[in-house]
Design a protein around this ligand. Structure first.
Ligand SMILES: Nc1ncnc2c1ncn2[C@@H]1O[C@H](COP(=O)(O)OP(=O)(O)OP(=O)(O)O)[C@@H](O)[C@H]1O
Length: 574
């Protein structure tokens, strides 16, 4: 009934929870005092000794009790809010820290929609667990014991009869718990699946429209939504059924208490005022347990959401390196490097290569040969490799993350530009850059004229940079990369999918910056590598050939064959 790990995580909220229970208990005591007072006045009425001053004292006492009850109930609600807020804060912070700790490789451990779901809806569900369920669990233990202590001196058999029924509710809860756990795990699976499809279809909506596949995808999503609806209904049915069982126990128990009190009255063991007090208090006996039962289902949902959060929090993190790299002249050296995304298939085998500081190195190969994987290893995004990948003599895994990020910058096929102004996007490369430096980088990336004509550094960038062409976007990303002080720039197919002018401009930039910095160009298009000091040709995850362009062409091997084929194709197209 209690998720130990979740409770430990919400440790900070514990004092609010205890305060909440204390306030609930004070409200209960005020209620008991009020009922006791009413019973006493009733006793005076029966005894025909009720005087005016009794009425006045009674009214004052009732007012005090009601005020205390009201204030304590309000304070308990406030404590509930504080503990929920503290837990939400802790959980969201833990998830956020985890994402940062996983770094750029987080997508290998979890999906974006899963993180969004658990951090949003999942954490909200856990709020109920801490804000309502756990305090109620404590209160539901405390309240019957308190009432037992009050009723026992009046009538021990009635008190024993009432308290004997109380454990039936937790027993009913425990009975449904196993079913509920299985059902809720399936509920969250379906929910995450639906979220994944929704996000993917939304992101690919244009493609779906272009290929008129949206109707088919809509049907698939309808089917998934229907499965989710069914599992939601099963969860609700289970919850309603168990609430009925708990109601039967709660109201049956209260009825038993009333019956016992009336029979004690009939036998003359208690008087009418005591009987009246017991009748009112016997429902109080079960209300806390009954309320606990109704919170239980939301709490179970929160507990199931917590399991998903823990799965993310438990994802193995790349061990943080601590070594700083020297600012300049770092040689990149790879030896016996192998890597597999999944145990069944190795995508890099025994790769060996060296990249001299300030050189221009090309990595060529057909699609799927492992070029981007190699780039990701050098930039520290993939860490689960065997063999060595060293920068400046230090294994990439041992380099402190920020030092590595300062040293190696990857310009991917389509870099991300954020909505805002161009200046804001460029300053990500170097927050201290002056306008002059920004303009110089734009000029170096051959995009300055376009920027000048479109509002300069304050030109707006819309969401997803949709107001720019692919080539413009790419050149702006290159300008941003140039603003960094990174010694090594890796262009991973940075000029694919763009117009010929942009491609030529990017090739020129790359040649210009080589020498000042180390440049690695990953490209399946060999024309981009002609000027490289060294080219490595990957084939099926291994280095098949290496040398300069002219050496490789002269060798008449696989590179030469690719070169001739690409050359031929481009001439025919032209
Ligand atoms: N995240 C991943 N999970 C599993 N397999 C992957 C993943 N990324 C890449 N692969 C596989 O690893 C192999 C190498 O992929 P990689 O992207 O490094 O090739 P590439 O040479 O850069 O290809 P391209 O030129 O098409 O970009 C491919 O067979 C691919 O299917």
């Amino acid at each position: 009934m209690v998720n130990g790990r979740l409770v430990r995580l919400g440790n900070r909220a514990m004092r609010y929870m205890l305060a909440q229970v204390a306030f609930q208990w004070i409200a209960l005591v005020a209620n008991i005092a009020l009922i006791g007072g009413i019973a006493y006045l009733f006793h005076l009425v029966i005894a025909k000794s009720l005087a005016a001053h009794h009425m006045a004292i009674g009214a004052c006492a009732a007012l005090v009790c009601l005020t205390i009850r009201f204030a304590a109930t309000r304070a308990a609600a406030h404590m509930s809010h504080l503990s929920a807020r503290s837990v939400k804060d802790t959980l969201r912070r833990a998830l956020f820290d985890k994402m940062l700790a996983l770094g750029p490789a987080y997508a290998q451990q979890t999906s974006t929609s899963e993180v969004v779901q658990v951090a949003g809806e999942g954490v909200e569900q856990i709020e109920t667990y801490f804000g309502l369920y756990l305090p109620q669990l404590l209160y539901a233990l405390l309240a019957p014991l308190t009432l037992f202590a009050v009723i026992a001196p009046i009538s021990l058999p009635v008190a024993v009869g009432l308290i004997a029924c109380v454990p039936l509710i937790p027993l009913a809860i425990a009975a449904v718990q196993t079913i509920a756990k299985r059902l809720l795990a399936s509920y969250w699976d379906q929910y995450a699946e639906l979220g994944d499809s929704f996000l993917e279809n939304l992101q690919g909506l244009t493609t779906l429209k272009v290929y008129e596949a949206d109707a088919h995808k809509a049907e698939q999503m309808d089917a998934e939504a229907e499965t989710f609806r069914r599992v939601t209904m099963r969860v609700l049915t289970m919850q309603l059924n168990s609430i009925i069982v708990m109601d039967l126990v709660a109201y049956g128990g209260a009825a038993l208490g009333i019956a016992l009190a009336v029979s004690a009255l009939a036998d003359g063991r208690i008087g009418l005022p005591a009987c009246l007090a017991i009748i009112i208090l016997s429902s109080e006996f079960f209300i806390p347990m009954r309320t606990l039962g109704s919170y239980f289902h939301t709490a179970m949902n929160g507990s199931a959401a917590a399991d998903r959060i823990f799965a993310i929090l438990d994802a193995p993190e790349p061990s943080p390196g601590a070594r700083e790299l020297p600012e300049r002249r770092n040689r990149i050296e790879i030896q016996g490097l192998s890597f597999a995304y999944t145990p069944e298939r190795e995508v890099l085998h025994d790769v060996a290569l060296a990249i001299e500081p300030g050189s221009l190195v090309g990595v060529a190969g057909t699609s799927g040969s492992g070029k981007s994987t190699l780039a990701s290893i050098i930039s520290g995004r993939l860490t689960g490799y065997t063999g060595t990948a060293r920068i400046g003599g230090v294994d990439v895994r041992d380099i402190e993350r920020e030092s590595l990020a300062r040293h190696v910058v990857v310009v991917p096929t389509s870099g991300y530009l954020f909505s805002g102004t161009l200046r804001e996007n460029l300053l990500m490369g170097n927050p201290h850059a002056t306008d002059e430096q920004l303009e110089r980088a734009l000029a170096q990336a051959r995009i300055d004229a376009f920027v000048r004509e479109n509002g300069g550094l304050d030109m707006p960038i819309t969401e997803g940079a949709r107001n720019l062409s692919g080539g413009q976007r790419q050149r702006l990303c290159i300008a941003r990369a140039l603003l960094t002080s990174a010694e090594t720039l890796i262009f991973d197919e940075a000029s694919s999918n763009i117009d010929a002018d942009s491609e030529a401009a990017i090739a020129e930039v790359i040649r210009e910056i080589a020498g000042e910095r180390t440049v690695v160009v990953v490209s399946h298009r060999l024309a981009n590598l002609v000027h490289a000091d060294m080219i490595y040709l990957l084939d099926g995850g291994s280095v098949a050939e290496q040398g300069t362009h002219s050496e490789l062409v002269a060798a008449h091997g696989a590179y030469a064959a690719f070169w001739r084929a690409q050359h031929e194709l481009e001439r025919n197209v032209a």
